[in-house]
Design a protein around this ligand. Sequence first.
Ligand code: PRP
Length: 207
Amino acid sequence: MDVLVVEHPLARARLSTMRDARTDSAAFRAALQELTVMLTYEATRDAPLTTERMHTPVARTDAYRLADPPLLVPVLRAGLGMADQAHKLIPDAQMGFVGLARDERTLEPTPYLESLPASLEGRPVFVLDPMLATGGSMEYTIRLLTERGATDVTAVCALAAPEGLRRLEETGLPVRVVTASVDERLNDSGFIVPGLGDAGDRQYGAV
Ligand code: PRP
């Protein structure tokens, strides 16, 4: 499984803002939005282009567009904070939605929303979720996508735990991961260490 760790200095700085316990909700959301731009930029680095001819005011030249804009799938709640910025960067993209809440005791994801196109055959998909912890939420989401025929899935995450990456790898699902950090480990409560706490709560408040 390909894992791309985006270690650009600006990405590291935004992630540090998100990690800092003193960062308030508004500043956390802003840092996540800015980091999402960088992660999406790197996630599309090798995206194929179509070419046609066009005129500048001076001469004829080539015009480029993404050949296959990905379906963007934020995983609610926390992934909602990445959706707008990814969409601004890829305005041609369509968006699907998956809602999952992780049971605090079992750490298993409980689904409450699924809004996806019926067929994803031949379509790249970007799943947006700030955190990959045990990997349960991401595995659940990718299975929803592959059941619809997706074979090219990118998980775009602010940070990931080694345990979650191992779990995804072991599933053999067709996914690559783009993240700003692979952290040390999970603690007994299933939180990433050092991590940033709970990305949903830090953006929107505890529920
Ligand atoms: C968090 C996070 C991921 C998931 C990661 O969401 O945004 O979706 O947990 O954990 P996992 O890899 O162990 O499955 P949470 O369930 O807390 O919901 P929220 O986004 O509504 O806060």
